[in-house]
Design a protein around this ligand. Structure first.
Ligand code: C5P
Length: 233
C-alpha cells in the first residue's frame, strides 16, 4: 500500500448515513478512513461496503484477539471486503500473529497490512501490574512490537511518544500507526498524550489516525485540507 496522504480519519459513529457522508466528503483530502467495532458491529459488511463505496482505503480496526485458528478465520472472512489495513492484539502471541499474517497473505498482492495493537493507551503501569505484567509500559510496548515484527506483522499501533524508539528498534519498513494526534490549537478532548500531525510525521509515523478534529469540525473536508497543508509545509 502506498499512501500520498498519511491521514486516516476515524469514523467513530453508529450512524450509517453520517459515516457515508463523511467518507464521500473526505475523499481526496485524507489518505483513508478507519472503521472500528462500533460501526462494524452495528452495520456489518453491508455498512462497510456502503462507506467503502466512497473510494477511500479503509483501516478495519476490529482488534482481533483469540486462538490462532479463530483469528485466521476472522481475517479470511474480512478479506473479500478488501480493507487496506486490519489489526490484531499483539498480546495474542506469536502463533496468533503468524496465523493472522498468513491468512492475510492469501489475498495475494491485494492483501491488507496486518498491524498489531501493543498496549491500549487507556492502561497505565498499575493496570499492567494488575494483569501480571511487570516493568514499564514503554518496555511492554517495545517487547510486544518486537514480537509483532518477528511474527510477520507489517507494523503496530503506537502512541506518538513511542515512535522514535520503535523506529530505532524495528527499522524503517515497519509501519507505525499513530492515534492521539491533535492539530495545534485544537480541542484535545479525552486524549492525554498528544502530538501535532507534523511532529508525529517528522518523528517517523507512517499513518496518523485522526478522528474528532476532522469529524467534529463544522466543515470536515476543510479541516482535513488544513491538516494536509501543515503536513505538506
Ligand atoms: O477522535 P480521535 O482523534 O481521538 O480518535 C482517535 C481514534 O484512534 C479513535 O478511533 C480511537 O479509538 C483510536 N485509538 C486511540 N488510541 C489508541 C488506539 C486507538 O485513540 N491507543
Amino acid at each position: 500500500m502506498t499512501l500520498e496522504n498519511p491521514v486516516f480519519c476515524a469514523l467513530d459513529t453508529t450512524d450509517l448515513g453520517r459515516a457515508e457522508k463523511l467518507a464521500r466528503s473526505l475523499k481526496g483530502s485524507v489518505g483513508g478512513a478507519k472503521i472500528g467495532m462500533e460501526f462494524f458491529n452495528a452495520h456489518g459488511p453491508q455498512g462497510y461496503r456502503a462507506v467503502a463505496a466512497a473510494g477511500l482505503p479503509i483501516f478495519l480496526d476490529l482488534k482481533l484477539h483469540d486462538i490462532p485458528n479463530t483469528v485466521a478465520g476472522g481475517i479470511r472472512a474480512i478479506l473479500p471486503l478488501k480493507p487496506a489495513i486490519v489489526n490484531v492484539h499483539a498480546a495474542g502471541g506469536a502463533a496468533m500473529m503468524r496465523a493472522a499474517a498468513d491468512a492475510a497473505r492469501e489475498a495475494g498482492s491485494d492483501r491488507p497490512l496486518v498491524i498489531g495493537v501493543t498496549m491500549l493507551t487507556s492502561l497505565d503501569a498499575s493496570d499492567l501490574a494488575d494483569t501480571g505484567v511487570s516493568g514499564t509500559p514503554s518496555d511492554h510496548v517495545r517487547r510486544l512490537a518486537g514480537l509483532a515484527a518477528s511474527s510477520g506483522l507489517d507494523g503496530v499501533v503506537c502512541s506518538a511518544h513511542e515512535i522514535e524508539v520503535l523506529r530505532r528498534d524495528l527499522g524503517k519498513e515497519f509501519k507505525l500507526v499513530v492515534p492521539g494526534i491533535r492539530p495545534a490549537g485544537s480541542d484535545i478532548a479525552d486524549q492525554k498524550r498528544i502530538m501535532t500531525p507534523a511532529e508525529a510525521l517528522a518523528l517517523g509515523a507512517d499513518i496518523l489516525v485522526i478522528g474528532r478534529p476532522i469529524t467534529g469540525a463544522g466543515d470536515p473536508r476543510a479541516a482535513a485540507e488544513e491538516i494536509g497543508r501543515f503536513l505538506a509545509a
